[in-house]
Design a binder for this molecule. Structure first.
Ligand SMILES: *Cc1c(COP(=O)(O)O)cnc(C)c1O
Length: 365
């Protein structure tokens, strides 16, 4: 603690390993392996190592830079690019990663050219859009033909499998019919190509619903898990269902921020009101004079105040600008001073922003 700099993102490494271990064991019993997705932790290499120790057999990110850092740090499991790749990053993709999720034939052709240039074999997972309407083939016949095309025509591209993504844009739930649709597609492709696919990737954290409710089709053998393992809670990753199995997980990440001002102030602004730092009209309740504390961290670091949760009872976050956060500490007024370090639990998007903010120092607990 002595020389710690603030704001600090603190990782309980053992808690993260344990979360992943619980999830890999539960999924493993159903023949499902876990690709640990590290984008929510900014690709933090120490976190990635903890995730591999917990049993993830693949590491995935939406950012090639993060995968490159994993490679340089000597992480040995296969690395998977999970944002459908840009044509402009294919040389680096082939150099750094082993697998990519792909949804365009033009990209597959370009991967073939680049992999051939680098004299490498590169694996792809073709994405099916089952209604969430982000990436993936909507026309499933076209997808089947493309799978056959990769299998038969592309010498340096290996059709490793198919996958889908749900609950990202269209809020579509991983219901039994959606999971079965993916399994059926995989079965069709396997008949067409005359062999089994290595991976059928059934979605992200939200697809744990199918695992724990017991309806995941046997064919699905991989999930790409980030948020739930990193946050350890469903509500805080904005999943709309409860699973008591998730209550066994811990919270690996907390934020520590330092108090820089403590004063009694009015609760309603004084003067003619225009707009706030983000151009919004504020809504201010007049609760009289109350004790306020400022901490030295702001929305530039974590996004939205709703995604920070004070661990200390009696502290309420009432607003923030880019670099300051304002707390109502009236209920604990005699216990907060300049220089104090306050701790916050994080919802998923706050962790995503904080872990990639260069203003935030990272520490392993
Ligand atoms: C972010 C992402 C994941 C992981 O999602 P979580 O909700 O964090 O588990 C999986 N697949 C893709 C394609 C993603 O973009």
């Amino acid at each position: 603690m002595e020389n710690r700099k603030y704001p600090a993102l603190v990782m309980d490494r053992d808690a993260l390993t344990e979360n992943v271990r619980i999830l890999t064991e539960d999924c493993g019993r159903q023949g499902i392996e876990i690709a640990g997705i590290i984008k929510g932790a900014g690709g933090w290499v120490e976190a990635t190592k903890a995730i591999v120790e917990g049993g993830a057999t693949i590491i995935g990110s939406s950012r090639l830079e993060q995968l490159a850092r994993c490679r340089e740090a000597g992480i040995e499991v296969p690395l998977m690019m999970i944002r459908v790749p840009m044509l402009s990053e294919l040389p680096e993709l082939i150099r750094v990663a082993d697998i990519a999720l792909v949804s365009e034939r033009a990209t597959l052709d370009a991967i073939e050219r680049q992999a051939s240039l680098q004299d490498k074999e590169f694996k792809v997972i073709l994405m099916a859009d089952l209604g969430d309407l982000r990436e993936g083939w909507w026309d499933k016949d076209e997808m089947l033909q493309t799978a056959l095309y990769v299998e038969e025509e592309l010498a340096h591209v290996t059709l490793a499998g198919i996958g889908t993504n749900l609950g990202c844009y269209g809020s579509v739930m991983p219901t039994e019919d959606k999971m079965q649709e993916l399994a059926d597609l995989a079965a069709k492709i396997e008949i067409n190509i005359g062999r089994e696919l290595e991976y059928v990737s059934g979605g992200a954290s939200s697809s744990l619903l199918a695992v724990y409710r017991g309806y995941m089709p046997e064919k699905i053998n991989m999930l790409r898990i980030g948020a739930v393992s990193l946050i350890g809670d469903l509500e805080d990753v904005r999943v709309c269902y409860d699973l008591e199995e998730i209550d066994r997980l811990g919270r690996p990440f907390t934020l520590q921020a330092q108090v820089v001002e403590v004063k009694d102030k009015p609760t309603h602004p004084v003067g003619t009101l225009g707009v706030d730092a983000f151009g919004k009209k504020g809504v201010y309740e007049d609760r009289g004079i109350r004790r306020r504390a400022l901490i030295a961290i702001g929305r530039a670091d974590y996004g939205d105040i709703a995604d920070l949760v004070p661990t200390r009872k009696g502290i309420e976050i009432i607003g923030a600008s880019g670099d300051h956060t304002i707390l109502d500490v009236e209920a604990v007024k005699d216990h907060i001073e300049v220089g104090d370090i306050l701790t916050f639990n994080l919802r998923y998007s706050a962790l995503l922003y904080l872990s990639s903010s260069e203003n935030v120092k990272k520490y392993v607990k």
